[in-house]
Design a protein around this ligand. Sequence first.
Ligand code: ATP
Length: 235
Amino acid sequence: MPSLIETRGLTAFYGDFQALFGVDIRLEPGETIAVIGANGAGKSTLMRSVSGLIVNRHEMILHRGEPIGALAAPDVMRRGIALVPEGRKLFASLTVEENLKVGACGRQGDGPWTLETIYDLFPILKERRRNPATALSGGQQQMVAIGRALMSNPQILLCDEISLGLAPVVIKDIYAAFSKIRATGAAIVIVEQDIAQALKVADRVYCMMEGRITLSGCPRDLDRADIHAAYFGAE
Ligand code: ATP
């Protein structure tokens, strides 16, 4: 069985600047994986590559064994791969509900997510549905960004730095929602700078540094000192 997503020797460039150097990761059906690493390690570049925002060589990214590396973002989304981007990128002039509806544009077939089920997941969004998205708190905006991605009924949810800058109580709520999203059978990739949080939720963890995977494994098999070295570099 091919993996749900596999990257093979993935490289990525911004002009002449190389941000990824041969990244190999895989995501299996129903799995939650975490990608950890310090600022600038390449985590967002990896998410942008898999979601089609950065176009790569076709054979460098496989979806169920089929090359998708050169597909543009809308075509990737139509394959059931949705991104919650770093910084949320909500539509400022739209209400909460309108932002959620935008996510439904990439919808393929039936699935568990509708406005109603997203409001069940994040009840505060129902109360605020007619407010401009940018009038919400940071945590609530993050819920809109997650809801918007879910509206396409993705099989794979890519979440870039969803807890950055949020209060611990809000982070707890957002991670509680993840266990419900997981229960629908979706596979999830979480990009996290918080190592402890990543180890808590992920089936497997990849650590990145300077555009390379420096460590990977199941949280229970990883040694704290090895993670520290893979994250910050050897002292
Ligand atoms: P962060 O947590 O800060 O977002 P990251 O691990 O997600 O870090 P990336 O954003 O993927 O890292 O950045 C990887 C490298 O690519 C960094 O050296 C960064 O400066 C560079 N980079 C990222 N975006 C661009 C861009 N649009 N143009 C040029 N270089 C970029």
